[in-house]
Write a protein that binds this ligand. Sequence first.
Ligand code: AMP
Length: 135
Amino acid sequence: MGLFDSEVIRQGDMELMQYNDDNAFYKIIHKQIQANVVLEGEHFIAFHDIAPRAPVHILIIPKGSYIDYHDFIERASDIEILDFHRGMNQVVKLMKLRENGFKLRTNSGKFRLNDEGGQEVMHMHFHILGKPSEA
Ligand code: AMP
């Protein structure tokens, strides 16, 4: 295997990791489709999942174009990362999830765990899942 072959492999990897803006969350950010937004900040939007799997199921996404968590942490600015994580905590408070507990989950790529699928929408997002307290 010569230099040429490894370059091809490298090019292939980069193609795999190319952000494709033909995805639902990019369209939500750019107002091409609607979402039921609960909170928006300078660098994030949080909205209800279209197919909720918990009494409260919110998705939070960065406004920048990042494929998955790894891509986000590698390329986003400190301000974007901080704003996103503070936003996630604000959603927890807003949706009253602290008392009963909650789950934060991000899927990256094809990895499947038991009957749970991999990443379907290739724009980085966290799921915020929980049951609100009455108060
Ligand atoms: P994941 O498997 O982690 O990529 O999850 C993608 C999530 O996005 C799923 O829970 C879907 O129900 C949700 N979803 C897909 N399209 C939309 C949309 N237009 N608005 C809100 N949620 C969506």
